[in-house]
Design a protein around this ligand. Sequence first.
Ligand code: NAP
Length: 243
Amino acid sequence: MNISFAGKKVLVTGAGQGIGRELVKALVKCGAEVTALSRTKSHLDTLAQEVPVKTVCVDLSDWAATHAAVEAIGPVDCLVNNAAVAILESFLNIKPESFDTSFNINVKSVINVSQVVVKNMIKRKTPGSIVNISSQASQAALADHTVYCGTKGALDMISKVMALELGPHNIRVNCVNPTVVMTAMGKIGWSQPEKAGPMLSKIPLGRFAEVDEVVHAILFLLSDKASMISGTTLPVDGGFLAG
Ligand code: NAP
C-alpha cells in the first residue's frame, strides 16, 4: 500500500522529540508540506536542518498564543495532535498544578488547535483528517498515572464527539493509542526494570512499541486509505488492551 500526502498541508504538534519528530520526517517522505509545532526552539531547529519543514515554536498551555500561532499557519488539510506531558504521582500525592498542566496540554490545547484548523477547513469546504495521539492509558488503569489516564480518557471521548460533529463536514477524527514507547516520555515511567517487567508481562507480543510502529498507524489513519474510518481508537499495544 502506497500512502501519499502529495499536495497536503499537515500540522504536527509536539514535533520536537519522540513520536512527533519521527512522524514529521515520515510525512515529508510521503510528500506532505509539514508544519512542525513544538515548545523547545532548539529541537525544532535541528529538525529543520534534517528535513524541509516550517516550524512554529509555541507553548500549547498558552491558549491565546497558541490560537494566534495556529491561525498564522493558514490552511491545514491534516492535523496530528501529538504533544503531551506525563506527570506521574500516586493518587494521594496529586498536586493541583499537575492536574492543570496536564489537562491544559493534553486535552485543552487539542480543542484549541483543532478549533482553529477545523474552522478554516469548513470555510474552505475542504475535507480533513485529524489524528489525536492518545494511549493505552485511556482504557487501562496504570499505577501513578491518575491524571495522565484521565487526560487520555478525556481525549478518546472528545475525539469521538469531534467525529460525530465534524463528519457532516467530511472531516474524520481518530485516535492512535500506543503502549509504552521508549521516547523521553516513555523513559519517565518505564525505564526501571521493576516497572518495565510487569508491564512487558501483560503485553502478549512481549515488547514495547517502536516509534515507527506508532508512526505507521498514524500515517494510515491520517491518509485517504482510511477514508471511511472515523471516531475510532486504534491500539498499537501488542495486544495489551485485549488482556
Ligand atoms: P516526548 O518524547 O516527550 O515528546 C513530546 C513532544 O511534545 C516534545 O517535542 C515536547 O516538546 C512537546 N510538548 C510537550 N509539551 C508541550 C507544550 N506545552 N507545548 C508545545 N509542545 C509541547 O513524548 P512521546 O513519547 O513522543 O509522546 C507523543 C505522544 O504519544 C503523546 O501524546 C503521548 O502521551 C503519547 N504516548 C506516548 C507513550 C510513550 O510511552 N512514549 C505511550 C502512549 C502514548 P519539547 O521538545 O519541548 O520537549
